[in-house]
Design a binder for this molecule. Structure first.
Ligand SMILES: Nc1ncnc2c1ncn2[C@@H]1O[C@H](COP(=O)(O)OP(=O)(O)OP(=O)(O)O)[C@@H](O)[C@H]1O
Ligand SMILES: [Mg+2]
Length: 323
């Protein structure tokens, strides 16, 4: 893939299933060696997008290019560039982990001598050495997900799609997966991952696109998005016997919010330590004591709420829906 070409570029991409408009004209670019997280709740259109990009599904309109090739006109070339691991990826239940990896290696024309070595490396990397010689049908859900990702890496493709890579994993496997994904981008691999988890997008992605009901509502780095939602705030609770009104006067500035009953006050801040110390010094000089203080930074939760008007579905709701 030439240096100058974006790894993925999508223009006005549309897809409907009968009357259901699932993608309503999506624009998105993923630069080379970047991790982009497509963040959205159930039914947002994440898997549909990934399926179109990986040539498993034809779009109704618009264009999607992967590694400079059109997914509709050059699907073979696209497939040669991508690894795909998804919510519904297929592993052979009756083969063991190692055999699955070796088979996938042959499928992707990895040189014979390299396949065994690569399979062993991946088994180690994904903590699957002990299970390597057992049929996959005996694997736990988490082990399957790890094998699934390992399979997509056997040929080290330059572009990888990960559809909810950590959904349903226990915390330990989740950390392992995050580690592996982070390491991948140090090797010039481009990753488009979908997730419903704000912390996952926050931790892994260089950029985040918020997808809701088939539209990209916002896009940028995590801090850019947070910056668009609001600034940091210092929040304080003033002690019972201190003068609350005087505290308000001392802290007075644009954007001050107070709750007299709770004796709480919050003001926007640039967040520098000096600025915070300054406020504390002034309060202290006026003999005003504080019960509690915190600095609140906008979270991706705030971002999501701001752009979509609702929260990302909770894990329990998701499980309910899938039943
Ligand atoms: N083959 C299909 N036929 C009909 N409707 C479909 C098909 N595939 C997806 N849909 C519908 O399109 C919408 C978007 O589905 P999609 O799988 O892209 O969402 P998602 O963002 O991946 O959600 P999840 O987080 O649950 O995986 C949903 O309403 C889904 O029911
Ligand atoms: Mg999905």
């Amino acid at each position: 893939m030439p240096e100058s070409i974006d790894a993925i570029s999508i223009h006005n991409l549309k897809k409907s299933f009968k009357k259901l408009e699932v993608l309503k004209g999506i624009d998105l670019t993923v630069k080379r060696a970047e991790i982009l997280a497509l963040l959205g709740p159930n039914g947002a259109g994440k898997t549909t997008t990934i399926r179109i990009l990986s040539t498993l599904l034809k779009p109704d309109g618009g264009e999607a290019m992967v590694g400079g090739f059109s997914v509709t006109h050059e699907p073979k070339k696209v497939r040669s560039l991508i690894g795909l691991t998804g919510q519904y990826a297929a592993v052979d239940e009756f083969l063991n982990g190692r055999e699955n990896l070796e088979m996938m290696g042959r499928l992707y024309h990895v040189p014979k001598a390299a396949i065994k070595k690569r399979a062993q490396e991946l088994l180690e990397q994904f903590d699957l050495t002990e299970a390597a010689n057992r049929p996959v049908k005996t694997y736990s859900g988490g082990m399957r997900r790890r094998l699934d990702l390992a399979l997509s890496l056997i040929a080290t493709p330059p572009i990888i799609f990960l559809d909810e890579p950590t959904t349903g994993l226990d915390p330990r496997s989740r950390m392992l997966m995050w580690d592996i994904i982070t390491k991948l981008t140090q090797q010039d691999v481009t990753i488009l991952l979908t997730t419903q988890y704000l912390d996952e997008a926050d931790k892994l992605a260089d950029r985040i696109a918020v997808l809701d009901q088939g539209k990209i509502l916002a896009e940028g780095t995590s801090s850019e998005l947070k910056g668009r939602v609001g600034t940091e705030r210092i929040e304080m609770v003033i002690e019972q016997n201190s003068n609350f009104e005087q505290a308000i006067q001392i802290m007075q500035r644009d954007g001050l919010q107070k709750n007299t009953e709770e004796r709480s006050v919050s003001v926007p801040t640039g967040g520098s330590v000096n600025e915070i110390k300054n406020v504390l010094d002034k309060l202290s000089a006026a003999k005003i004591e504080i019960d509690a203080m915190s600095v609140h930074k906008p979270t991706l939760d705030d971002v999501f709420m701001h752009f979509t008007g609702h929260k990302v579905a909770k894990e329990e709701e998701k499980v309910e829906k899938k039943k």
